[in-house]
Design a protein around this ligand. Structure first.
Ligand SMILES: Nc1ncnc2c1ncn2[C@@H]1O[C@H](COP(=O)(O)OP(=O)(O)OP(=O)(O)O)[C@@H](O)[C@H]1O
Ligand SMILES: [Mg+2]
Length: 516
């Protein structure tokens, strides 16, 4: 490498890096450098090549052509082990922990010998040190397969820290973290930066990029569009660069006001600690929002309604008929569908093509009628892929190589294919890019317009306010109010959710459902 244009070489620099997978040009002549001690954001639409670049830096993939320099040294042979020895660690979008090993064993895996027995005192001390920095509060002796996805994500972060990484690629690290945990991750990133660590931060949360990164690179179709100081970018400028055109960030128009009897009704439902005396209705063609802070019980209410969790008391009715012995299977048979929050953890069979992943739960319905139905089914899946903008478009594509966001769209298609009468959406746009968001909004509106009742849970209050007809406010497992979405705003909702200026007359105290 030509020696001295600058006194300090970048931590990582790549030149003319290209990578092709079959017919997909995942990266085209990418030239880019990451300075020492900088937090560098990487943004772009689903499939833009962000993860591919991250994996190349982390030693998982090899470039077809191009050069990679790490701390001024030209890398000739590169794999995960060599990358780690050079201080480069990737926290992948698809987590890779050893399920049967404990938290601490995973944290120190490949780092210390003999981590398979009981944690010895040296490691125990080391673990406590890491915990002081991270304050995740994970149980060190529990096997990671018993942890939630969010907690597994934290194990990955601790592992990168345990390896004393000088460069950490974080591929969508916050996609399953709560707001609190995300804040803590950002603190950790700040701390790492102060120690001179370089962070390459891949995310779809543009606000986070603007707030926490020094520079940001926008990618599109495997190319670098530009790198700039975040101070020079705005959300709109990034979106425009990502899409290649000014973004239409507008929400579609709400579907017409629904009428008629409730399609779904919950009356005074209690379940465990999480759901306390909930009464709500959704009419056919109505979009009803559940707004609440993370942990308020939104997801639990949906799970009870769908039959994943039992109700301890109260009544649930569907089309006016009381639902007894609810189960998810019975709910699906009744015409309900739920797209859960934790899509990555559930539902994709990575060894089967995309098409089969979509049709799997619907085989009964389509296969009975043989070849013709098969063709109809194919057409239906193709149409859904088109509407969601799934890339690659071929429905026979190998699902395991779809980018993270595109896998999510496929899961979405899977539940829409059944044309449910009632649809529960839990964080439907998490992890998908801005273009796909707009498509998903349109799809939700179309579904409701066709008569399906929708229960919409989202942490993005703009979404809830913009799409719903009515919004219920959830706090501590109870509904503390109901508003017409057209007559409220994100600010008002937030104030009420945080309990600012709440008066007893506008909120229903949670303790009044005891009299059954
Ligand atoms: N192992 C692979 N085999 C075949 N194609 C692949 C493989 N890995 C990635 N691709 C393809 O390369 C392109 C870039 O994918 P990549 O995962 O880098 O996108 P991304 O920017 O990370 O997207 P997302 O935001 O959805 O995570 C996609 O079209 C993807 O399908
Ligand atoms: Mg990715």
């Amino acid at each position: 490498m030509a020696a001295a244009q600058q006194s300090v070489e970048p931590a990582v620099s790549v030149r003319d890096l290209s990578k092709r997978f079959g017919s997909t040009q995942a990266l085209s002549a990418v030239t880019l450098s990451f300075a020492r001690g900088e937090v560098h954001g990487l943004v772009g639409e689903n499939g833009a090549g962000k993860s591919t670049l991250g994996k190349m830096i982390g030693g998982l993939y090899h470039p077809d052509t191009g050069e990679l320099d790490v701390f001024g040294n030209r890398v000739r042979r590169w794999d995960i082990k060599r990358a780690q020895d050079a201080g480069v660690v990737l926290i992948a979008q698809e987590l890779c922990l050893v399920p049967a090993l404990t938290v601490a064993q995973n944290v120190f895996l490949g780092r210390e010998r003999r981590t398979f027995g009981v944690l010895h005192s040296g490691l125990e001390r080391r673990y406590q040190e890491l915990e002081r920095v991270c304050r995740f509060g994970l149980p060190p002796d529990v096997p990671v397969d018993r942890l939630s996805i969010a907690d597994q994500q934290k194990v990955e972060i601790m592992r990168a820290l345990a390896r004393d990484a000088r460069v950490i690629v974080m591929d969508e690290p916050t996609s399953s973290l709560t707001a609190d945990e995300t804040t803590r991750l950002h603190d950790i990133i700040g701390w790492l930066k102060s120690r001179g660590t370089t962070i390459i931060y891949v995310t779809h949360f543009l606000e986070d990029v603007l707030a926490h990164c020094d520079r940001v690179t926008v990618m599109r179709d495997g190319r670098v569009i530009r790198t700039a100081d975040t101070a020079r970018e705005t959300k709109a400028s990034l979106v425009e660069a990502m899409l290649g055109e000014p973004a239409d960030m507008l929400l579609p128009e709400r579907p017409p006001e629904p009428g008629g009897a409730p399609l779904v009704e919950m009356r005074d439902v209690y379940s465990g600690e999480a759901v306390r005396g909930v009464s709500l209705t959704v009419r056919p063609g109505e979009i009803v929002g559940l707004a609440g802070l993370v942990g308020s019980g939104r997801t639990e209410i949906a799970r009870v309604l769908f039959g994943c969790e039992p109700a301890d008391s109260g009544r649930i009715a569907f089309r006016g008929e009381e639902v007894r012995a609810a189960s998810a299977r019975a709910s699906i048979a009744r015409g309900m569908a739920m797209i859960p929050e934790d899509r990555r953890a559930q539902g994709l069979v990575l060894t089967r093509p995309a098409f089969e992943n979509v049709t799997l739960p619907h085989l009964g319905g389509f296969s009975r009628m043989g070849v013709l139905a098969r063709r109809a089914e194919r057409a239906a899946v193709e149409e859904l892929f088109e509407r969601l903008g799934v890339r690659p478009r071929q429905v026979d594509g190998d699902i395991s190589v779809y980018s993270g966001g595109n896998q999510q769209k496929v899961l979405f298609a899977k539940w829409l294919l059944g044309r449910p009468e009632f649809l529960i959406l839990d964080e439907p746009t998490r992890g998908v890019d801005v273009g796909a968001k707009a498509r998903i909004y349109q799809l939700i509106v179309d579904i409701a317009t066709s008569g399906t009742g929708v229960l919409l849970i989202s942490s993005e209050l703009e979404e809830v306010v913009g799409l719903s007809h009515r919004v219920y406010l959830v706090r501590h497992g109870s509904l503390i109010g109901e508003v017409a979405a057209a007559e409220t705003s994100v600010e008002v909702l937030l104030q009420r959710l945080f309990g600012v200026g709440d008066t007893p007359t506008t909120s229903t105290p949670s303790g009044n459902g005891e009299d059954q």
